[in-house]
Design a protein around this ligand. Structure first.
Ligand SMILES: Nc1ncnc2c1ncn2[C@@H]1O[C@H](COP(=O)(O)OP(=O)(O)OP(=O)(O)O)[C@@H](O)[C@H]1O
Ligand SMILES: [Mg+2]
Length: 263
């Protein structure tokens, strides 16, 4: 982790130290260290089953460390009570692979939902906030449509608008491009940029897709055998001499080549 000279060190928003987590003797995380500083986007990579989702669940307080600490915006999640956790979760915008939109709600009402549930804003204020948020993701014309009437990429953007309507300072994406076609993947990448640029949010993106990782990440990390074995800006990551990183990149390239041949 190099610091650019002359610039103030950024505040760590996500800080994982020596995190161990096992399930029935299956040691999934074996000393994870990871820091994501304010306003940056870190892409977490790793093969299926390496523990990426398990790691992310610790950040939301859905899982607790066996050992080690997890701090989000300076708060140790193991020390928070229910009220503290609730406060912390309000700072998080979470986007899973499935958008979990409400099918019987319009786009507008989907995005308005967290404001109606969580705030005491007036309808006029809600309308203003939702319209602004829809404009950010280019969905103003779709406000009165239902999710079923939208393309996959548009649904993702609604999911993003809803996840960010409470202006979270941290965005967590768990494999947002899984199973998506290239065009939709590109629009998800756009959405991640939007989160960074328009909200200035700190983002942790889980993505096994190396191409997306290089596009959106300020920092790339590889989770391997329970640890972050490589961490750095894309160019540094690409040049890594770590055998597991080389393997990971090589096997991704191979899969890409097969994919291209097959289609
Ligand atoms: N609640 C749980 N109870 C028991 N085992 C679990 C639990 N959650 C995860 N695991 C195990 O932890 C390991 C890592 O799972 P995880 O879902 O984090 O993988 P992943 O890296 O997210 O994979 P993928 O890329 O396929 O999503 C797996 O072996 C999984 O079976
Ligand atoms: Mg996962």
């Amino acid at each position: 982790m190099s610091e650019t000279s002359g610039q103030p060190a950024r505040r760590p928003m996500i800080e994982v130290q020596g995190l161990y987590k096992a399930f029935n003797g299956n040691e999934v995380l074996r000393g994870v260290d990871l820091v994501v500083t304010e306003g940056t986007t870190c892409v977490l990579m790793g093969v299926s089953g390496s523990g990426k989702t398990v790691l992310m669940k610790h950040l939301m307080g859905l899982l607790y460390p066996d050992r080690g600490t997890v701090r989000v915006d300076g708060e140790d999640i193991s020390r928070l009570d229910e009220a503290g956790l609730d406060r912390l979760r309000r700072k998080l915008g979470i986007l899973f692979q499935a958008n979990a939109l409400f099918d019987s709600f319009t786009v507008f009402d989907n995005v308005a939902f967290p404001l109606r549930e969580r705030t005491k804003l007036s309808e006029a204020e809600i309308r203003e906030a939702v319209n602004k948020s829809l404009a950010v993701v280019g969905l103003t014309p779709a406000a009165q449509k239902f999710p079923g009437e939208l393309s996959g990429g548009m649904q993702k953007r609604v999911g993003f608008a809803r996840a960010t309507i409470l202006r979270p300072s941290i965005l967590l994406y768990d494999d947002p491009t899984a199973g998506l076609d290239p065009l939709t993947t590109a629009s998800v990448n756009e959405v991640i940029f939007t989160g960074k640029q328009q909200l200035g949010a700190t983002s942790l993106v889980i993505s096994p897709d190396v191409a997306s990782a290089f596009k959106v990440g300020d920092f790339l990390a590889l989770l391997h055998e329970g640890r972050i074995i490589e961490y750095g800006p894309p160019e540094e990551f690409r040049r890594s001499e770590h055998p597991a990183v080389k393997d990971f990149l090589r096997s991704w390239l191979k899969r890409q080549a097969q994919h291209t041949k097959g289609s």
